[in-house]
Every structure is written in C-alpha cells, then in structure tokens.
Design a protein around this ligand. Structure first.
Ligand SMILES: Nc1ncnc2c1ncn2[C@@H]1O[C@H](COP(=O)(O)OP(=O)(O)OP(=O)(O)O)[C@@H](O)[C@H]1O
Ligand SMILES: [Mg+2]
Length: 494
C-alpha cells in the first residue's frame, strides 16, 4: 500500500502520440521540470530518461480569441483549470541495468514516473576506485554523481564555461581526487590560484617556471626572448648562437649567447642580418634581469622537477603569452617523450627506467591562448600530439577555457569527456555542439540557465549525461574582484 502510494506520488504522466526507441512525448499531470530524470517500464524493459523540453498550453485560450472576451474567460478558468495541459519531451538514456537503448519504443499509455533516488544512484554512482564523486544531481541532491577518472586520462577532458562559473573549482576537485589515488597531476597555473590545494594535508609541489636554456629548442628560446614568430633572420641568429652557447658549457649560457651575437652576427656584411642581430640583442639586453630569473643553467630538467603521486603546479604568473607558450610547449613535449620512454621500458622489461613511471594528467588553464586557431603557437602542435597519441602513453590533457570558439577544432574534436557550465554566447554554443558529438541541441539550449558551480557532464567519463551541482573546493584561491568605489571612498575619506 505504502509502495503504491509512493509510486503514485511520483507519477508524472503518460506517453502519448508517436515515440521512438530513444525519444517520446508524455502528457503530464503537472508541469514537467527541465532536466528531470524519469523512469518508464514497458515490455521487459526498465529505462531511464531525461526531460528535454517542457511545454504548457491551453485548449481554450488561443490566438484566435477575441481580445474583449479574454478577461472573462480567464476568470472562469481560474475556478476550473482543466483546459490547461502540460507536455514533456523526453530522451531515453537507456536501460537502468546496462544503459543500452532498448530496440522498442515505449507504447502510448506507458506510465512516466519521476525517477527515484535508488534508480538514479544505480546509474550515477557506480562503485570502483576509478569512479570519483564530483557533486550531486541538480534536481536530485541526494544522488551522487561519480565520473570515471580513467577516461579523462585515456581520452582527455574539456572544461568550458564563461568566466567565473567554476571551471578552476572543478580542476581543483579533480586534481585532489587524482592525488588521493596517488596519481600525478600537473597544473599550468596561470593565475596563481592552486597553491593551497592539499591532498590529505600535504601541500602541492610548486614549480617555478625556470628552464635550462640548453634543454630548449631554438624556437622555444626565440619565443621566450620575444622574437616574433616568422621573423626568419632573427630566428636564424637565435639558432646559430644557441648552438654555440649549448656547446660552451663552462660559461653561462646567456653570456655566451650574447657574446656570439655581438662578435659574429653583428659583424656580417649582410645588412638585414646585422639588423636582425641588433634586434635580438636589444631584446636580450632589455630583459636581461628577467631572463636571468627564467633561464637557469643549473636547473634540473623539467621531468626531474615533477614529484610523482602529487599535485604539481607550474607557476606561470607574471610571464608574457609568448613565454608561457614556450614553457608549456617545452613541458608538453618533455612529458610525452618521457611517457613514451616509460611505456617502452615496460615493454622491453630489461631497461631500468626511473622517470614518469605512471600516467599523468595535465590541466591547461586559459587554453584559448595557446590552443587557438588564429595564433600559430608552439604548444598547439604539442597538445595536438598529446590528444592524438597520449592515450597510448598515459598522458591525459584537461583543456580549460572561457572562449571555446577560439579553440582549435582539430584538438577539441579528439576530446572524449566534457564539463560545460553556463555559456550564453551563441557562437560558443554552436562551436561546442559542432566539436562534441555528445552535446545534443537540447542540452546546449540549457547552458544559459545554469548557475555558478553547475555543469552539464557528457562524454566517456559519465555513463549518461548528467546535470550536476559540482562540490565546492574551499582551498582554491578565488580571484576576488576588487571594489574600486569602496577603495576610492576609503582613500578619500581617510
Ligand atoms: N561548485 C561550486 N560551488 C560553489 N561555489 C563555486 C563553485 N564553483 C565555483 N564557485 C565559486 O565561484 C567563483 C568562481 O569560480 P572559479 O574560479 O572556479 O571560476 P572560473 O570559471 O575558473 O573563473 P575564471 O574564468 O575567472 O577562471 C569562486 O568564488 C568559487 O569559489
Ligand atoms: Mg579559472
């Protein structure tokens, strides 16, 4: 009796009209809620579905009514509202047991129930150490949503939203969960917001972006110095003098490099080469103090700076875009190479390998800057290699951006898992539905109505699309907006 009453409370309506195995319409007893999960039983199937669109209408009030009568009719309808109807359009996500779409559509008249927490937990909270809690369902706060961490390392992740909607909070949460499982995370920290992240009370490994210039490629060094991409003569000077400085190990790299420009390049008879050499020299001289901090002959190789089974934070604050591009490119290159060595070492088991012995997850903040279609960056090429080859070698890439339409579609279309938060720009929404096979039109249409910390989770890391309230990580330092008026008033009144 009790069971019966409970299920009647949850009865939302009945399937009507024509349905397909993966979608249908129901006439609802009360207004269906967008994003609400439903369950249906028909034939031998027990399926879970999602309300994708909710409609209400009237069989009496329509556009052909004379305006003079409408007030009186509405007064009558207030007493008896039987002329109002509600419809819900739903998508079938699959059978509760295995999430496969049944071969048969739900027949008309099938009862549609609000899914109960027990059914939803079977779908959204699988057991196993790769399943990690990220929050709860927005419409069912008692149901935990867990995602598959293996999938984000194997097939990469995109975290996309307008500014201030909770992207970095999710990066912090996932990093902590990976850390708890003794995994290795590398975050390129653009705003210095991850320094306080702790795993079981242990502080992260903060890495200053110092690089041994001898380990850089000439194009990376050119970008760090500020040579414009495509300035061929200046790049040639960097190339010649870098190889000279690479060989002369007993003296400082920067000294030998500068000396080389002065003694060799400036002396050439070709005036365009002399101009190029002078331009490079000016760049070095203007930023000598800064380069002395950034380029360090004695610093260990980037791989040796990574601490395994920890969150590693590469601090990029205070650097220019070109420098960040060069540094990120250098790290991505080294990490992939190192993981290749590790995998080969395992295959040819005689080799004693001690570097990146297990898979790593990399998070790239503000990815539109270096993975942009419009800019020819060094890191774009490296990131492309990782999204294509990374799965074979255990290198996962997490692309975080507030400007998805600027991102390289070749990279984005290789990404298997997505967390998308509030986005209102139609161009950004269109880009997402174009590159992510998992985002249906209906899901995209819900993006503007999400609040801070709420996300649509689709792709391989979740068994079915989920609309989630993400857990809040309090240790992440938020970029608090400054309050100019209060500061002005404070200053003038003092
Ligand atoms: N799941 C959440 N629950 C509650 N508050 C949240 C949640 N996620 C983020 N916030 C809060 O919202 C603010 C912005 O979060 P966050 O820095 O993660 O956003 P972002 O998308 O990375 O922003 P930006 O584009 O500036 O990098 C912070 O104050 C943060 O504490
Ligand atoms: Mg952020």
């Amino acid at each position: 009796m009790n069971m019966k009453k409970r299920s009647n409370d949850r009865l939302l309506g009945y399937v009507i009209g024509e349905s397909k195995p993966h979608e249908g319409v129901f006439l609802a007893i009360k207004p269906p809620l967008l994003g609400e999960y439903i369950e249906l039983r028909y034939d031998k199937y027990h399926v879970i579905g999602l309300v994708q669109s909710s409609i209400s209408g009237s069989i009496i009030l329509d556009e052909k009514m004379p305006a003079s009568d409408i007030g009186k009719i509405i007064d009558l309808l207030k007493i008896d509202n039987r002329s109002i109807y509600y419809k819900g359009y739903f998508r079938i996500l699959g059978e509760v047991e295995n999430l496969r779409i049944p071969p048969m559509p739900p027949p008309p008249g099938t009862e549609v129930y609000k899914a109960d927490s027990e059914t939803l937990s079977r779908v959204f909270s699988p057991e196993g150490s790769q399943w990690c809690r990220i929050g709860t369902l927005i419409r069912n706060p008692d149901v935990e949503v867990r995602i598959d961490l293996n999938k984000i390392v194997q097939r990469h992740l995109a975290i996309i939203a307008m500014t201030g909607m909770g992207k970095s909070n999710l990066v912090a949460l996932l990093s902590k969960e990976i850390g708890r499982r003794r995994g290795t995370v590398i975050i390129f920290d653009y705003h210095g917001e991850y320094r306080e992240l702790k795993v079981d009370n242990e502080a992260p490994n903060i890495i200053e972006p110092k690089i041994n210039p001898r380990n850089l490629t000439w194009s990376e060094l050119s970008r760090i110095l500020g040579v414009r991409a495509g300035a061929k003569n200046q790049e040639l000077i960097v190339r010649i003098c870098k190889s000279k400085a690479d060989e002369t190990k007993e003296r400082s790299f920067l000294d030998v490099f500068t000396q080389c420009i002065k003694t060799e390049a400036l002396k050439t008879s070709r005036s365009e080469m002399r101009d190029a050499a002078q331009a490079v020299l000016d760049l070095v001289e203007a930023n000598r103090f800064f380069f002395k901090n950034l380029l360090d002959d004695n610093v260990k190789d980037v791989i040796e700076q990574i601490v395994l089974s920890k969150i590693n934070i590469v601090d990029l604050t205070g650097l220019t875009f070109a420098q960040i591009d060069a540094i990120v490119s250098h790290w991505l290159h080294k990490i992939l190479e190192e993981r290749k060595k590790a995998v080969w070492a395992v295959k040819s088991s005689g080799i004693n390998y001690k570097g990146l012995v297990h898979p790593v997850m990399i998070f790239l903040e503000e990815a539109h800057i270096y993975l942009s279609t419009n800019r020819d960056t060094l890191s774009r090429y490296r990131a492309e290699l990782i999204v294509r080859e990374g799965r074979k070698f255990g290198v996962g890439l997490g692309v975080v951006s507030q400007r998805p339409r600027g991102l390289d579609p070749d990279i984005m279309s290789q990404i298997g898992s997505w967390a998308i938060m509030r986005i209102i720009q139609p161009e950004d929404q269109m880009f997402i539905s174009r590159v992510s096979e998992y985002m249906t039109e209906e899901l995209v249409s819900q993006l503007p109505s999400l609040n801070v910390g709420e996300a649509i989770i689709v792709g391989q890391w979740t068994r079915v699309p989920a609309i989630v309230r993400i857990d809040h990580v309090t240790e992440k330092i938020s970029g608090v907006d400054i309050d100019p008026v209060a500061e002005w008033l404070g200053k003038t009144l003092r």
